[in-house]
Design a protein around this ligand. Structure first.
Ligand code: FES
Length: 205
């Protein structure tokens, strides 16, 4: 039987429990003269802000753009976003630490999120996770994580690989998934949600 590993607080996902440093001076809105922001990132953030009446609403797409560029929401990435959005780094950190898909530490190039919530668990997600972990064998480029429901229970057990969905998977598919990623190929294309045929024959092209 597969043993479900859990963090100290009881969840299978790490959560965020970093204490605030109350002795540190609060960081203000960064001075644009002191912060260098890559032109492409600045353009993406400004385009996101232009879509909303209140610039705060662009925090998610702006942080996502910074994460794509830097690989994670590093202090430098957050400072660049804060500089363009004219917000404090603390405001953006509070957003980044709330949402699971923002990385708060450097991670591998490929995200592999295995849904281990109820529907996927009932269909063998824990054994699938173990098989993927064994296949990845500690490869630092594979950012393997448990995830709570990814909203695709109809293809349980499923994984999100680099933000595309695949399923249903068997533990036997794990090695192929990792081999494809390591070889730079599209992973397990036959299990891609994007290629599943619709129940409505007229919707298939
Ligand atoms: S429980 Fe896995 S996608 Fe919903």
């Amino acid at each position: 039987m597969t043993r479900v590993t859990r963090y100290e607080h009881g969840s299978r996902v790490p959560g965020w429990d970093q204490a605030a440093d109350l002795d540190k001076d609060p960081a203000g809105v960064p001075d644009p003269a002191l912060v260098s922001v890559p032109a492409q990132l600045r353009a993406e953030i400004e385009a996101a802000m232009a879509r909303y009446p209140d610039r705060h609403s662009a925090a998610l797409p702006a942080l996502a753009a910074a994460q794509r560029l830097h690989g994670w929401c590093s202090p430098e990435a957050i400072e660049q976003v804060a500089c363009v959005m004219r917000l404090t780094p603390a405001y953006l950190s509070s957003v980044a630490t709330f949402y699971d898909m923002f990385e708060l530490e450097p991670v591998g190039r490929h995200s592999v999120y295995v849904c281990t919530n109820i529907s996927c668990s009932l269909r063998g997600a824990d054994a699938l996770y173990d098989a993927i972990e064994e296949a990845a064998d500690g490869d630092p480029q594979i950012n393997l994580r448990h995830f709570e429901c990814l909203g695709a229970c109809d293809i349980a057990p499923m994984v999100s690989v680099d933000h595309l969905y695949y399923g249903p998977l068997e533990p036997a598919d794990a090695q192929r998934l990792i081999d494809d990623l390591q070889a730079g190929r599209e992973p397990i294309p036959d299990l891609a949600l994007a290629r599943l045929r619709s129940a409505d024959p007229n919707a298939n092209s």
